[in-house]
Design a protein around this ligand. Structure first.
Ligand code: NAP
Length: 244
């Protein structure tokens, strides 16, 4: 499947590392102009060297006012990937207010805020658009110590459906990708015990976790016209985990 995003402008959050960084590189290689939003400036500096011409924006997306200042007057955007998230592991009985608020602010509230900014621009310009939320298979499955993280992703499923319903009449599609473990910095932080990792991997019918590239390919499909009739949906990139 040969995709081409020439002439289109994309915005990717959480662009500094992992899946977000790989998404920026893929979109850049396929001709899109990319606004790369992340929290750590050095990541954006190195990414800009790899992908000349991208527009780096350094902001903490958990801060509503700072996000408004950084992105409120961003240029036209046709493709949005809400990818930034934190995974703050706590057993349910030890969940703190700080971790709860931070998780929801970064993982869910920023997706609402950035989508509002971008969708308002699309509607003003009268152009179609595609929004992809990077969610997780834990929107549909329970893993230990991830009560709050999983709840942000479960809420993202509902958000995807409501946004698809409200934005569909403007030809703006909204979907999610729902990966299993990907061994990025986040994946490695969640799975520190090799024995736990081995057992979890074995529970996947394909006997593996997902690669970042697998997730990026599904994101690109949902951003592209190849999924022109798909909205309010989610692609599982879970090596079959949820069949059991
Ligand atoms: P990652 O390696 O930790 O990268 C996350 C990126 O998001 C980093 O560049 C990080 O910047 C940025 N970010 C985090 N908080 C931010 C904030 N407040 N403001 C701006 N940028 C922020 O994570 P990943 O594994 O690539 O995860 C990407 C997405 O995939 C997330 O939505 C995650 O929930 C989802 N996912 C991951 C896995 C997995 O196993 N890895 C599985 C399922 C779903 P800093 O490092 O500078 O904070």
């Amino acid at each position: 499947m040969q995709l081409n995003f020439r002439g289109l402008q994309a915005l990717v959050t959480g662009a500094g590392k992992g899946i977000g960084r790989d998404t920026v590189k893929a979109l850049h290689a396929l001709g899109a102009r990319v606004v790369a939003v992340s929290r750590t400036d050095t990541d954006l500096v190195s990414l800009s060297k790899e992908c000349p011409g991208i527009e780096p924006v350094c902001v903490d997306l958990g801060d509503w006012d700072a996000t408004e200042r950084a992105l409120g007057s961003v240029g036209p955007v046709d493709l949005l990937v809400n990818n930034a998230a934190v995974a703050l592991l706590q057993p349910f009985l030890e969940v703190t207010k700080e971790a709860f608020d931070r998780s929801f602010n970064v993982n869910l509230r920023s997706a609402v805020q950035v989508s509002q900014i971008v969708a308002r621009g699309m509607i003003r310009r009268g152009v179609p658009g595609s929004i992809v939320h990077v969610s997780s298979m834990v929107a549909h499955a329970s893993l230990p110590n991830l009560a709050v993280y999983s709840s942000t992703k479960g809420a993202m499923t509902v958000l995807t459906r409501v946004m698809a319903a409200e934005l569909g009449p403007y030809k703006i599609r909204v979907n999610s990708v729902n990966p299993t473990v990907v061994l990025t910095a986040m994946g490695q932080k969640v799975l520190t015990d090799p024995e736990v990792a081995r057992k979890l991997k074995e529970r996947h019918p394909l006997q593996k976790f997902a690669e970042s590239e697998d997730v990026v390919n599904s994101i690109l499909f949902l951003l592209s016209d190849r999924s022109a009739s798909t909205t309010g949906s989610g692609i599982l990139v879970d090596a079959g985990y949820l069949v059991s």
